[in-house]
Write a protein that binds this ligand. Structure first.
Ligand SMILES: Cc1cc2nc3c(=O)[nH]c(=O)nc-3n(C[C@H](O)[C@H](O)[C@H](O)COP(=O)(O)O)c2cc1C
Length: 355
């Protein structure tokens, strides 16, 4: 099968006109962005980890009102609540208070929305696919989704994770290369730093070993990246950071501007925002937090809670030094054009290369 035939088979199966998928990006994927991508023949996305059940239903209603189409809804698979370390948190609160407002004593209490209730809302919304990161959905939820025709895309950062996803019934595996912006999908959060496989190595490894389609993600931001991913064995390309400069994304102007000018090495893998490893713009705060003299970040979701005042203040004032700005290594290749136009262009350019 040629790369184009493989992509065409994937498109037929999931109702797409182009093998282009918007990456789920919690907090940065409004319905209008998803509708633009879907309207251009791709698949839209909701990264719903922070969205309560009612918000999921409202988001999907807005997406459908804006035109709708193929859609994935993504959740992070929860892990056991971490052990708290009050002494370390006190040091962190003092450190963070130097970068933003004073951190409240109970800031680390932040708990994500109830996962089981989110799953019910996702199922009720009837997306094309549910999508997982950082682990696998419970078997009974997968079975209920499949019984109503909802597919499962499972993010994996290694072959072992991808094999586990395939064995659990995933319909496609999202191969997340180390170039990717945002959080790493490692099933074991502690192993994230030791599982940084680049996309050029990960995609063919998974494509050779698995019987299910591979969706490539991480550092894909123009037609060359899409064509390369398909040539490596992927059936579709999933794009995140490159959409953040589109007018529909709603990314803060400071963030969008930073992405337009960033070199790959000016991103950093950091736990300093949430406690989970993710790739972001290497701004002053992220660099200071990486300094061995500073306090180590608390585990997720404690660190997310502790940084919430600083992150909110950065958004309110447009402070690039402290703003949480997730970014993949190819972010600067993205264009500040409408997302539908970018989707069409990515596929048109890739097709020309693959012809
Ligand atoms: C702002 C942002 C938020 C993200 N949030 C999520 C998320 O909630 N769930 C998820 O599976 N992946 C998330 N990711 C990772 C993306 O799904 C994808 O792996 C990544 O964007 C691909 O790399 P790229 O940014 O270089 O295109 C996020 C990425 C970004 C940039």
């Amino acid at each position: 099968m040629t790369p184009k035939e493989r992509a065409a088979a994937f498109c037929r199966r999931f109702g797409l006109a182009a093998p282009m998928i918007e990456a789920p990006m919690a907090g940065a994927c409004p319905p209008g962005l998803a509708a633009s991508v879907a309207g251009a023949g791709g698949m839209g996305a909701l990264g719903a980890v922070l969205t309560p059940p009612r918000g999921i239903a409202e988001w999907v209603a807005a997406f459908r009102a804006a035109g709708g189409g193929p859609l994935q809804i993504n959740l992070w698979i929860p892990h056991a609540a971490p052990t708290r370390d009050p002494q370390a948190e006190t040091a962190l609160r003092a450190f963070l208070g130097r970068w933003g407002p004073a951190v409240a004593a109970d800031a680390g209490e932040a708990a994500p929305p109830d996962f089981a209730a989110q799953c019910e809302a996702v199922l009720a919304a009837r997306p094309t696919a549910i999508s997982s990161i950082m682990g696998l959905f419970p078997a009974d939820f997968v079975a209920r989704c499949k019984s109503v025709g909802i597919a499962w895309f499972a993010c994996a950062t290694t072959l072992a994770e991808a094999r586990a996803a395939g064995a659990a019934g995933a319909d496609a595996v999202v191969a997340q290369g180390a170039e990717a912006g945002g959080h790493r999908g490692s099933f074991d959060p502690a192993a994230a730093e030791s599982q940084l496989v680049g996309l050029v190595s990960l995609v063919p490894r998974l494509a050779d070993a698995l019987a299910i389609p591979v969706i490539a993600t991480g550092g894909i931001a123009d037609g060359r990246g899409v064509a390369a991913a398909l040539a490596l064995g992927a059936s579709a390309a999933q794009v995140g950071s490159a959409f953040l400069r589109s007018p529909e994304s709603g990314a803060h102007a400071t963030w969008a501007r930073s992405l337009g000018a960033i070199e790959p090495e000016e991103t950093i893998l950091t736990r300093a925002y949430s406690g989970r490893l993710g790739r972001a713009v290497a701004n002053d705060y992220a660099l200071a937090a990486a300094d061995s003299a500073g306090p180590r970040p608390a585990p997720y979701p404690v660190q997310r809670g502790l940084t919430s005042a600083m992150r909110a203040a950065a958004l309110a004032t447009g402070d690039r030094r402290t703003m949480q700005m997730w970014a993949g290594q190819s972010a600067a290749l993205g264009l500040a054009t409408p997302a539908g136009e970018l989707t069409r262009r990515l596929w048109r350019d890739a097709e020309a290369i693959l012809a």
